[in-house]
Design a protein around this ligand. Structure first.
Ligand SMILES: *[C@@H]1O[C@H](CO)[C@@H](O)[C@H](O)[C@H]1NC(C)=O
Ligand SMILES: *[C@@H]1O[C@H](CO)[C@@H](O)[C@H](O)[C@H]1NC(C)=O
Ligand SMILES: *[C@@H]1O[C@H](CO)[C@@H](O)[C@H](O)[C@H]1NC(C)=O
Ligand SMILES: *[C@@H]1O[C@H](CO)[C@@H](O)[C@H](O)[C@H]1NC(C)=O
Ligand SMILES: *[C@@H]1O[C@H](CO)[C@@H](O)[C@H](O)[C@H]1NC(C)=O
Length: 361
């Protein structure tokens, strides 16, 4: 019963703000210093440094399209001359944000399904006697299925595989060294959905031939979207021809920091380039390569193939950005910050004399 009584009495309590004026210099000075600090923070940090009167958007929507240009001729003793154009050296060829450019390769032409010796480089393929080559077992990290024979001539198991297996050593010079003069054309479209703002990195110019002859240069052509591979790699602090031997991974960062209070022509991308495979001095982990094959049929309808182990540079295009746009400064900021001053204090006062009912307890 007492709980209910207390509840009803509390319903009839009246609450009001009370201001206490402390006539004390120290507290006064402290209070003014606090106000100054808040004001300084607001003006200095929020408004001037962080441009806090602007509304920001960091959820940038983007699309990237790439196109490579350039051709080169290779001439090897195994297969003779071969012309490499973008369809051959860009993998995948459909103009993606992440792509690979062949700069070096080992080819194993005319492979046919059949029986041959496993490569001596594969430890599991080596043998002393036929007992080491269990029939039907696949060679761990190798090229085929063991037939049960150990071949004297090579000291390895006979296998059922695409024959002959890959044997050449990696060339010490990049076979597509002329790739340094290839160019990448990067088209990047961005959108800040909150502000309905769209733009592309291709410079809007009345000079139509500009895009045909420009080449990105940090100083002279910072808004040209065409990049020469050698320049791009050298701005990561690496030498293209060195990197082309074993391959590597390069990041192209496009940064859009746009103040949309200014004209749209002031909203321009900043490019930066980094090598992403940082371990490049370690010969085991450095480089980038993979294999693929091209298949053919001879006049008898039998399949044969050319196996390629390609080394090259993988490019990752990354887009970052934020847009800022001024909006009602007073609405957005003064309302938030007014809570600084809305620091109210409640104090419960137990009146001996209830002014409404005039009764004494
Ligand atoms: C390719 O190299 C061979 C010699 O290795 C040479 O005879 C031939 O003319 C070269 N072909 C081209 C197109 O350069
Ligand atoms: C393989 O080596 C074994 C023993 O080393 C020998 O007896 C055999 O004749 C050799 N076979 C061939 C085909 O050379
Ligand atoms: C790249 O082009 C420049 C100028 O056109 C030329 O001097 C250079 O030899 C070329 N690089 C290669 C590897 O062919
Ligand atoms: C990599 O090796 C080169 C010389 O081969 C050396 O100059 C360079 O400092 C090395 N870089 C790192 C990160 O170890
Ligand atoms: C102010 O309020 C808006 C929304 O009411 C919020 O997005 C913004 O982050 C606030 N700013 C600060 C400095 O608290």
């Amino acid at each position: 019963m007492a709980g209910w009584g207390g509840f009803f009495i509390s319903l009839l309590n009246y609450k009001t703000e009370k201001y206490v004026i402390a006539e004390n210099r120290k507290i006064g000075i402290l209070f003014r210093l606090y106000q100054l600090a808040v004001l300084g923070y607001l003006i200095g940090w929020v408004f001037v440094v962080k441009k806090g009167y602007q509304e920001r958007e960091e959820a940038i929507q983007t699309s990237v399209i790439t196109k490579l240009k350039g051709v080169t001729l290779t001439n090897t003793s195994e297969t003779g001359p071969y012309l490499w154009s973008a369809e051959d050296y860009v993998i995948p060829p459909n103009g993606e944000q992440v792509f690979f450019i062949v700069t070096n390769y080992i080819e194993t032409p005319n492979q046919r399904l059949g029986l041959c010796a496993e490569s001596f480089k594969v430890p599991n393929g080596r043998c002393q006697s036929d007992d080491d080559c269990v029939e039907g077992e696949s060679v761990t990290a190798g090229h085929g299925i063991k037939t049960g024979l150990c071949l004297n001539s090579t000291g390895t198991c006979e296998i059922h595989a695409w024959c002959p297996v890959e044997y050449s050593r990696r060339p010490t010079e990049p076979r597509l060294s002329e790739a340094e003069n290839f160019t990448i054309y990067i088209k990047n479209f961005i959108r800040f959905p909150k502000f309905e703002f769209s733009k592309s990195n291709v410079l809007e110019t009345s000079d139509e031939s500009y895009l045909k002859r420009c080449s990105y240069d940090k100083e002279n052509h910072p808004y040209c979207p065409i990049f020469r591979l050698a320049d791009l790699v050298s701005s990561t602090g690496n030498d293209f021809q060195d990197m082309a031997v074993k391959g590597g991974s390069v990041g192209i960062l496009i940064e859009w920091n746009c103040n949309l209070d200014k004209d749209a022509s002031q909203c321009n991308p900043q490019y930066s380039f980094t090598r992403l495979d940082r371990n490049f001095n370690n010969s085991i982990t450095s480089g980038y390569n993979f294999r693929y094959a091209r298949y053919y049929r001879d006049e008898n309808g039998e399949t044969y193939r050319t196996l390629y182990k390609v080394y090259g540079i993988r490019f990752d295009i990354m887009i970052n950005g934020q847009g800022a746009f001024a909006c009602d400064m007073i609405l957005l900021y003064m309302m938030n910050t007014s809570s600084f001053y809305r620091d109210k204090k409640f104090e419960i006062i137990n009146f001996k004399y209830d002014p409404l009912f005039g009764a004494f307890e």
